[in-house]
Ligand binder design. Structure first.
Ligand code: UN1
Length: 510
């Protein structure tokens, strides 16, 4: 365990914000109190946006879209290329700010900004590839094709755990697609949002001629998000957060036929088969289950282990769980930082209590006190051996709890795997080709992400990211996710002198 330094984090945060170019008024004098989970101390007072300013921002973003949609896509890509350069230049400071605001370790804070840089590269290339199909027409001298057009100003609602990367997955694609972006970040992480917005404005100034309000930031409470969800000027909202949040957002969007990209709860599992490379498995499980203090939507929460290797694997994991360094996420050597707040700590303790009453054997899970930061919530990650997949195992608790279950037949492992309401990420550890391929097949994992011999978390930006069932069905980031940020027009062009009708219909007026 490391000891926390006594340097005030507020000073460090203000220095970082100044280095990143954020003006002092943006994070002082307001009534939104921002705390760092590292010590629990207050690091900023951010002014909240008013409802009328939110309405203005949305209206302005819509106007900006009307202009931006006429800028050629490769030119729009140039803005995102510059944004990537600006993020690269800001990486050390922004990465550190992510660490201080969220409590994730420095390597993960920097990794988050790297994801932003990566998606900018992806989107800049994509700006020359927003391609539609050309399709054969059944009519002579006719051509049929698809064209992709921008859709409008889109809304992004993001969560505390990936406070800036999630914005970038949406914004980089949407801006290249010709949309404007209005962003409502988590109330717990307004500072990294302010820094990111400032970096965007710097990129926009370098690019020159970006319509005013093309990317807007709404720092406020839940009502700002609600306004975004209700606005007829916002044709799409991409929302990341809990399934409970999705349940309120999705019907409101559906009621006005707006699009939704939902990235909600996960309850990710890994199956460990008898042939698994255990050395690799232990490392993968450690990162996926304990990384980001269990606060990724892709965090590994259930481990389904074959009876024949159960004792060996659990013993090895117990060693790692007992020795992993929990402490100040800024210090090299720390692997597990604090939980975001007391609420999250309480939810973890309640889940452990329920597991205990279901007959679970729990290793870890206790609070680690740091006398110099009594308001911080550091915990030893918990390994919970549980005989059956009870309700608490089926529930996503956003904390480092790994439930361990046994299996004998691979079919039973798969059944357990899929028997939860969520469907985000999944893995199998095996050297058996049949098992691996079955896991990836139609009858295998029911998740949006299914991996072999790697963990459930830490996906690359090049793939589509998201999941099924209560995870919400949305896809962000790579592959063809961009299509959601555009509207598709099907065009049929007649270059002949006749007017043949489709389906052989005749309608002769002569
Ligand atoms: C999230 O937790 O909301 O795959 C996103 C991962 C990261 C993204 C996590 N690339 O773990």
């Amino acid at each position: 365990m490391t000891t926390l330094t006594t340097v005030t984090l507020q000073d460090e945060v203000h220095t970082l914000l100044a280095q990143l170019g954020v003006s002092r008024e943006a994070y002082t004098g307001g009534d939104l109190i921002v705390r760092t989970p590292i010590t629990g101390e207050v690091i900023a007072h951010v002014p909240r946006i008013t409802p009328s300013a939110t309405a203005d921002a949305v209206a302005k973003a819509h106007q900006a879209y009307l202009e931006w949609r006429n800028v050629p896509a490769p030119k729009r890509g140039e803005l995102i290329r510059i944004l990537g350069d600006e993020l690269r230049a800001a990486l050390p400071e922004l990465g550190r700010l992510v660490t201080i605001e969220t409590g994730k370790i420095l390597s993960e804070g920097l990794g988050e900004v790297q994801e932003m840089i990566d998606i900018c590269g992806f989107a800049a290339g994509l700006s020359r590839q927003l391609a539609g199909l050309t399709l054969p027409s059944e009519r002579p001298s006719h051509r049929m094709m698809e064209t992709w057009h921008p859709i409008g100003a889109i809304g992004v609602i993001s969560a505390f755990n990936f406070p800036v990367a999630v914005w970038s997955w949406n914004a980089a694609l949407a801006l290249v697609c010709g949309d404007a972006v209005v962003w409502k970040p988590s109330e717990k992480t307004p500072l990294t949002a302010l820094a990111t917005h400032t970096i965007f404005l710097r990129a926009a100034a370098k690019f020159g001629g970006v319509p005013d309000g093309l990317a807007a930031l709404l720092i406020g409470d839940v009502s700002a998000g609600e306004q975004l969800v209700a606005s007829p000027l916002i044709p799409l909202v991409s929302a990341t957060g809990s399934t409970a949040m999705g349940r309120t957002v999705a019907p409101r969007l559906a009621a006005r036929f707006a699009r939704a990209i939902l990235e909600l709860g996960g309850n990710n599992a890994a199956i460990v088969a008898p042939t698994a490379d255990l050395h690799l498995t232990v490392r993968a499980v450690a990162f996926s289950a304990m990384g980001t203090a269990g606060q990724r939507c892709t965090t590994l929460r259930r481990l389904i282990v074959h009876e024949s290797i159960y004792d060996t694997l659990v013993q090895q994991l117990k060693k790692v769980y007992a020795s992993v360094v929990v402490g100040d996420p800024r210090e090299p050597g720390t692997l597990v930082g604090p939980l975001i707040d007391e609420r999250s700590f309480k939810a973890m303790q309640q889940a452990l209590e329920q597991a205990r009453s279901a007959g679970a054997k729990i290793t870890g899970g206790d609070r680690i006190p740091f006398p110099e930061s009594p308001q911080a919530f550091f915990v030893r990650p918990a390994l919970v051996e549980i005989p059956t997949q009870t309700d608490i195992v089926k529930h996503e608790t956003f904390a480092p709890i790994l439930y361990v279950l046994r299996y004998l037949e691979i079919e039973d492992a798969l059944a357990l795997h899929n028997d939860v309401p969520q469907g985000l990420s999944s893995s199998i550890f095996t050297m058996n080709l049949r098992e691996a391929e079955s896991f990836l097949s139609a009858a295998g994992s029911d998740c949006g992400i299914a991996n072999v011999n790697i963990g459930t978390s830490g996906a690359e930006i090049g793939g589509a990211f998201g999941g099924e069932k209560e995870t919400g069905g949305g896809r962000e980031s790579g592959s063809d996710s961009w299509k959601q940020y555009m509207r598709r027009a099907t065009n049929t062009i007649n270059y002949g002198t006749e007017l043949p009708l489709a389906q052989g219909v005749s309608f002769d007026i002569d």
